[in-house]
Write a protein that binds this ligand. Structure first.
Ligand code: ZN
Length: 181
């Protein structure tokens, strides 16, 4: 099996791949670096600012994030400190057309490995902290819709059904949210 030749594709709400938990990467290989670089390309092509491996049906703990200040490729990321609160409107490349206000920590500390296995420790705030928490949620099979309030759920119900049934999706709706992860 070679992932090098496999074209990765962003999975959409309803795909069971999005609910499967990612396993920690035990030993980093060329294959992982290859997947990370394909993930970054997919993220940029979709005008997104983050992407997690389960979104491309790879169940290993890997994410890419770029909010405009440089690309991070992180393996086995873990939030080890949460501080404060912020509420931003988030969209998700796997739930196109849905935008939800989500409360998250405003400052976090993340430990991870870079693509060559070197330990990384990151202090992130604001938008970057939000994106990292969103991507790390994906590794646990968690999606933005899981944060939806009762009223949000009513609001997005129709859209989620469209995505699930893969009925004709209004593409214009796909970019409604500025923050797409
Ligand atoms: Zn997402």
């Amino acid at each position: 099996m070679s992932t090098q030749e496999t074209k990765l594709k962003i999975r959409v709400f309803g795909d069971p791949a999005l609910r499967k938990k990612a396993k920690p990467v035990q030993s980093i290989t060329e294959n992982h670096r290859n997947i990370l670089s394909q993930m970054a390309t997919l993220m940029y092509d979709a005008s997104g600012v983050g992407l997690a491996a389960p979104q491309v049906a790879i169940h290993e703990s890997m994410i890419v994030v770029d909010i405009g200040s440089g690309l991070y490729k992180l393996i086995n990321p873990k939030v080890i400190k949460f501080e404060g609160r912020q509420e931003l409107e988030e969209g998700c490349l796997s739930v196109p057309g849905v935008c939800l206000k989500i409360k998250r920590a405003i400052k976090i500390k993340v430990r991870a490995l870079d693509e060559f296995g070197k330990p990384v420790s990151m202090d992130a705030g604001g938008l970057l902290a939000c994106c990292l928490q969103h991507e790390i949620d994906h590794l646990k099979g968690k999606l933005i819709v899981d944060y939806a309030s009762f009223f949000d759920k009513l609001k997005i119900r129709k859209r989620l059904r469209e995505l699930k049934e893969k009925s004709r999706i209004n593409e214009a709706q796909e970019k409604v949210c500025k923050l797409r992860l």
